[in-house]
Design a protein around this ligand. Sequence first.
Ligand code: SF4
Length: 699
Amino acid sequence: MADQKRTTCPYCGVGCGVLVTKQEDGSVQIKGDPDHPANFGKLCSKGSALGETLGLENRLLEPKIEGQTVKMDEALNVVAQRFKETAEKYGPDSVAFYVSGQLLSEDYYVANKLIKGFIGTANIDTNSRLCMSSSVVGHKRAFGSDTVPQTYEDLEKADLVVLVGSNLAWCHPVLFQRLKAAQKERGTKVVVIDPRRTATCEIADLHLAVKPGYDVLLFNGLLNYLAQNGAQDSVYVDNHIEGCEQAVAMAAEQASDYQVLARQCDIALADLMTFYDWFLKTEKTLSMYSQGVNQSSQGSDKVNSILNCHLYTGRIGKEGCGPLSVTGQPNAMGGREVGGLANMLAAHMDFTPEAISRVKTFWDSPTIAGKPGHKAVDMFEAVHKGEIKAIWIMATNPAVSLPDANRVRKALETCEFVVVSDCVQNTDTMAYANVVLPAATWGERNGTVTNTERCISRQHSFKELPGEALPDWKIITRVAQKMGFEKAFSYETSYDVFAEHVALSAYENEGTRDFDLSSWQGLSREEFDAIEPIKWPINNNPKDRFFADGKFYTASGKANMLAVDLKAPKHTPTAKYPYVLNTGRIRDQWHTMTRSGLSPRLSSHLHEPYLDIHPDTALKEGLKKQDLVKVESKWGEAILRVKTCDTVKPGELFMPMHWNDENSAHAVVGRLVNPVTDPFSGQPESKHTPVNVSKFQPD
Ligand code: SF4
């Protein structure tokens, strides 16, 4: 149909296909794409409300310098000049880009190329650092590569699905619908491991409300139980695994007394043993995990403790069994592909001497970053210290979402030069910008995204660019040209960027890396436009399931089991801050609500910021339902509405992460959250901040 476009939803990492049909009155009809393998026509509340968020209210349409509207060319000149001067005067590490899982792969690619290959620093990180970087580390340590072994189809083939730190029902609703349907059809057992009794527990056969931070112990106990009950796949372990003995020994040392373990994890012993027994006896077990695992000072170890149990039993890379990390954002995976993280180079390559030389030659770079840069939290700390003097923030709102947001704001306040490019105006972060640049939004962008199951899909534009807005790749390209890199940044369309990205992924690859787009080399523009959703490996490779042959991307070709030891969160409750604050998403909002907040329908679900608090805790603190409560941590405070409920345990609290200065200045989540990060992944501990609460008394 001529007036119909196939694209994908810009919200969560499920990456649902969307059909957009233009109506005669100029409006558009939004429907799920029945042919997209992520959703087969389904959409959740957020996806189906996309049509309500397409208006121009709240759009940033013109660039501004120090609050004054200017022409795009003038703004880009200033950005190029200031970044060039800063890098020349203070060295390349004095500049940084902080980007987003909202960007398309082509945007990510150009940003990464400019800063790493032409400015010469790896100070580029993404808000996906907050969502899945612990999984990246876990994968690399176990598999030698950041490869997601399983796909969504495995949800429907599994007999047991273990959801760890994942409120699938609210955060990845279409996957939840798929699981629910599979459960109805084949009786799939579902175990939910989460300190809270979330909406996902509606379909749980068993809910383990684990003590926050104790997942490693829980999975070490499982590994020990599997070892005690002869569940080792000896042939598989002998041929394909290293480190098994040490991992099992650590598990035995730490977790052999299940009674003690159950007490430590705050789980009933019978429930714990039921979970262990189900896992032991169910070959087709899929373990899905998300931010509850990743957002922790021990996130990477938590991931490896889960992977250990699958490697030990040989349950990986097979139909219906294996680990599946679920990403939060629509293109978190695309960012991993192009290297849009401070610790990756490009095309899924690390900072090895061979890769650096390979990429430098390919890009014909005058200079190239030789080592990883600052990860998100450290990046803003370097801004705070004055080491980073110019930062460009693209499509994200760190003044709300980063931990210790008050310090982030101070850092931005004192930074010499701050650029923010975004599709919306007046974000909390923009208040600190010297230059703001209007970027394209969903419906105006053309390119590719990759979802949780590493399925690459096309996003197609169906709307004209309003005002002076441009796609992010184009804004960066024009800045790069103005910095003097015209030849290397001569892209005219997103297809040109995509073609180069394909060629780099194939360059000296020869199947030795998991990410290889070589079969797309030479693709025409028309073929690019017609790309159907496709999962890696996209080549005509008989190995259509990663790791099915027991071969991994480590030097030995074997996977690693890691001996992981429980480490308590760095900040534990004290007399002054006696409660543990957990944070997360709600069903109908996305990130800091800059787009989803435009839909009245979505805003009616939960219309104000709140604090989930157990009735016993509320009683102890003299709070009752609907009161306003002040929540205070060592880092900041928030004012929230009390919601008494037994979905959180006594002593534990939960607040949503979405509200911002514009719609509720006293409920900015980042102001409360502690800035501790996982030492390997740099992912913040957003699910565990000690706080106190008191009834809010307005002056
Ligand atoms: Fe969009 Fe995620 Fe909902 Fe799918 S599940 S429609 S990708 S928000």
